[in-house]
Design a protein around this ligand. Structure first.
Ligand code: UDP
Length: 342
């Protein structure tokens, strides 16, 4: 019988893509999700348990019912701006929820844990390329809550033998090119979907959060990685644990940084190719995506770019679609397709 894997946040953007890739790799993904930001329709590759990580009994029941060989823990609040306006919520839900899950895994004898951490744990490391040994000094409550969970995992690794792989994501983007799942947040706060909404006329303009950063054009630099490449890294991380290769930390990024303005320019190119009438309209009006120059967003680092090749070297990870054109093409196809809810 195929092994079950408990996927918290399996109804969310990254979790749903991970479930698809896990199922293709022969696992049964069991999505555990409170549907606060996830979508029931996104759970297509295994069972859904609707439950909350703050409810320990519900978590214990999921372990008892499915006896998973491993946990992939995606469920979390993940918005930098929100974490600055309501840090208590981030500490309570992210850290307490993860602690419940970790304790439940140990109690159930499930000793393999893959954790979604973030480059936000590094803080604002002054434009340097970030590898896994870069010191972690988070500058927002989101990053701080994720770093705390990393510490909990390290403690449980020592005390209870909980094997763990920690993935520190850079900026995840794109969608399943087959269109089964994609990015859908309510409210949407991420750059690429907001930008595509502005292109599609679903929103009047994109606000650029700050043009006075010490970067090549004054806007923030981020490293974007395709959600399916990221999902594939999780299967490799899972196999790493199941082979008993021990605890590890991996950055997941493409190694290339792009400013907000560069992402806007790439979106203009991709969408004009897809919709030639847009190119004509743009030439006629002599302007591209409508943009408002806004203030900086609290908690944003100037530049976050992965300098690491550890995941490629040790896990054999080979990102295939983590270039701006493919990510925006796939996100655009999803946003025009039948699965997208306006
Ligand atoms: N950003 C922006 N306008 C928006 C949303 C995002 O200028 O409406 C910028 C944001 O300041 C950051 C980058 O785009 O520099 C990526 O932000 P996103 O929220 O997508 O991801 P984050 O880096 O916060 O994880």
């Amino acid at each position: 019988m195929a092994d079950h894997v408990l996927v918290t946040g399996g109804a969310g953007y990254i979790g749903a893509h991970a479930c698809k890739v896990l199922a293709a790799a022969g696992f049964v993904p069991v999505a555990f999700d409170n549907l606060s930001t996830g979508w029931r329709e996104a759970v297509q590759f295994g069972p859904l348990v609707v439950g909350d990580l703050l409810d320990r009994a519900a978590v214990d029941a999921a372990f008892a019912k499915y006896r998973p060989v491993a946990v992939l823990h995606f469920a979390a609040l993940s918005l930098v701006g929100d974490s600055m306006s309501d840090p208590g919520r981030y500490w309570r839900e992210n850290v307490t929820g993860a602690l419940n899950l970790i304790e439940a895994a140990v109690a159930a004898g499930c000793g393999n844990f893959v954790f979604s951490s973030t480059c936000a744990t590094y803080g604002d490391p002054d434009g340097v390329l970030i590898d896994e040994d870069t010191p972690q000094h988070p500058i927002n409550a989101y990053g701080a809550s994720k770093r705390a969970i990393e510490d909990i995992l390290r403690n449980f690794g020592v005390s209870h033998g909980l094997q763990h792989v920690i993935f520190r994501y850079f900026n995840v983007a794109g969608a399943d090119p087959e269109g089964k799942v994609g990015e859908q947040h309510r409210p949407e706060t991420h750059l690429i979907p907001l930008l595509l909404d502005a292109v599609a006329g679903r929103r009047p303009a994109l606000t650029v959060f700050g043009s006075d950063y010490p970067t090549r054009d004054g806007t923030c630099v981020r490293d974007y990685v395709h959600v399916l490449d990221l999902a594939e890294a999780h299967v490799l991380g899972l196999r790493w644990l199941l082979a008993g290769r021990g605890n590890a930390v991996f950055n997941l990024g493409s190694g290339s940084g792009f400013t907000v303005r560069e992402v806007i320019a790439a979106a203009e190119q991709v969408t004009e190719k897809a919709v030639p009438a847009r190119a004509e309209a743009r030439r006629a009006s002599n302007r591209g995506v409508p943009v408002i120059e806004g203030e900086r967003r609290a908690g944003d680092a100037a530049s976050l770019v992965s300098g690491s090749v550890r995941a490629m070297r040790d896990l054999g990870w080979q990102p295939k679609r983590s270039n701006l054109t493919d990510m925006i093409t796939d996100a655009w196809a999803w946003a025009q397709g039948p699965g997208y809810r306006e």
